[in-house]
Write a protein that binds this ligand. Structure first.
Ligand code: GLC
Length: 479
């Protein structure tokens, strides 16, 4: 039998406790799968105020930030599948929201340092420290240039840094690096400096033992100027240690047969229950119960998601006699644009500007078509979730969308519709192909729905890829 690994997984978001996007879903499901596969996995996230539920005290220790001692109180979440710790500090995390404070640099610097102190305080020395996204990039740097240099206890710990989205890098003033006690000599272009700022994500890319991102295509795209977000050079330097692993989705969380948030459970043999979910969703959203394609969108409303293409094509979409329902919040200009469309088409359009996990499940289950016309998409989970609920995705061929969705008008075994050019005309062509099949070829549509539901997007395969990557890391020798 293969050796059981000790893995410490750090993320600023972990579902269901603290979520704004896909990062949380991954952090809430991959560790659990690795645990099921026989590994000792523990997860840590900040102790935000919004985390409900029972927690028990585990330890406390001081964390030095900018010469000041801050206390970290470690608590363990009572009902988590994996051992999950919250790292609490009243000053930094006892606030209403997860992000968007002026001192986010200091807040996540605290998270980085507290994560490393945690290891020794509870004596859980991991084989792999698995760090996710910009918030914890500096933990790799701290480990390599300070902790492993000064304290033999930390020797041998390997780091994997996973980039879920290169767009968010965490740029802060040089003083944030000083808060962490990181030596000056690393504030260089070869180190963590980026246009005069301390770049959290870059520090993870430069100082981790290996780096991966969340699909094979995105791993290639980020090496180009178009998608490299000005870090393509830094990434190219590390190309030997960079790979792509597509995310899975939590098959227990997103299961149309057991989902507590949907009114009627179903599988590919009981699709009449999916139709009932559609009617209930229409009721809930105040749309008439009509048998027209119900088009759904569940996203953060940010430019990445390409929703301006939808906006531009909207009148044409409506001319095809469809209903449209959007759930999400984000950039005010996108919120306003879609609210205006609801005013224009009051009995055919529903727009909910909110974060509502439960309603999102009902939208996945009750919709016919799910839109994801992203400009770029590291992985994307929505297209996989919608397929599991028999809702057909229309995607742009980029990143993880390209790796998971095959156009059914081109390939017999396709599972959705796709387009390549970032124009509303290209999007609308794909949209029309989908609506035409729905209306004119109900038999083919039904087959498409069933085929999508049979796709396997569980963690089974990808978790094994992570394990191979961890194994490769353990074979790396310390320089
Ligand atoms: C980010 C990316 C998304 C990815 C998710 C989880 O939210 O934008 O594409 O699926 O992280 O890795």
């Amino acid at each position: 039998m293969k050796k059981s690994l000790k893995i410490l997984f750090i993320s600023a978001e972990v579902a269901p406790y603290a979520k704004t996007g896909g990062l949380a879903d991954v952090a809430g499901s991959l560790p659990q799968k690795l645990k099921e596969m026989g590994h000792e996995v523990r997860v840590a996230l900040p102790g935000y105020q919004l985390i409900g539920g029972e927690q028990s005290y585990i330890a406390d220790f001081p964390v030095e930030i900018g010469g000041q001692q801050r206390t970290c109180i470690v608590r363990q979440l009572a009902n988590a599948d994996c051992i999950t710790y919250t790292l609490n500090n009243y000053h930094f995390f006892n606030r209403r929201y997860i992000y968007c404070y002026d001192d986010d640099g200091a807040r996540f610097a605290f998270l980085c340092k507290a994560s490393l102190e945690l290891i020794k305080a509870i004596d859980f020395k991991p084989d792999i420290l698995h760090l996710n996204d910009w918030h914890v990039g500096p933990a790799a740097m701290l480990l390599k240039v300070l902790y492993q240099e000064k304290d033999p206890y930390y020797k041998g710990i390997k780091t994997l840094f996973t980039i879920h989205n290169l767009e968010y890098q965490g740029h802060f003033g040089k003083e944030t690096m000083e808060l962490l006690g990181l030596p000056h000599r690393f504030f260089t272009p070869e180190g963590a400096e980026f246009y005069g700022m301390f770049n959290f994500l870059k520090s993870g890319v430069v100082f981790s033992d290996k780096i991966n991102t969340v699909s094979k295509t995105y791993a290639e795209e980020i090496l180009t100027q178009e998608h490299g977000e000005s870090l393509e050079g830094v990434l190219l330097n590390r190309v030997k240690d960079l790979s792509g692993i597509i995310n899975g989705i939590g098959y227990d969380t997103f299961n149309p047969m057991t989902d507590p948030h949907i009114p009627h459970h179903f599988n590919e043999k009981t699709l009449s229950n999916k139709a009932k979910n559609k009617q209930k969703l229409q009721d809930e959203l105040g749309l008439p119960r009509k048998d027209v394609p119900l088009v759904t969108v569940v996203h953060r409303l940010v430019s990445q998601k390409g929703l301006n293409l939808v906006f531009e094509a909207f009148d044409d979409m409506m001319a095809l006699d469809t209903q449209f329902a959007l759930l999400g919040l984000g950039d005010p200009y996108l919120e306003d644009a879609f609210l205006a469309l609801m005013k224009k088409y009051p009995d055919r359009v529903s727009v909910k500007i909110e974060f509502n996990e439960e309603l999102s499940h009902r939208m996945y289950a009750g919709g016919d078509i799910f839109l994801m016309p992203s400009v770029f998409e590291p992985c994307g989970l929505g297209q996989m979730i919608s397929l599991r609920y028999g809702t057909i995705p229309i995607v742009r061929e980029t990143g993880g969308l390209k790796d998971t969705i095959v156009d059914a008008s081109v390939h017999e075994d396709g599972n959705g519709f796709s387009f390549s050019e970032i124009t509303s005309a290209a999007f609308f062509k794909a949209f029309k192909r989908a609506v035409d099949m729905y209306r004119n070829e109900p038999g083919s549509w039904l087959e498409l729905v069933k085929r999508g539901m049979r796709n396997d997007f569980s963690w089974e395969h990808s978790a094994k890829e992570y394990l191979s990557l961890y194994d490769e890391l353990l074979l790396q020798t310390d320089e």
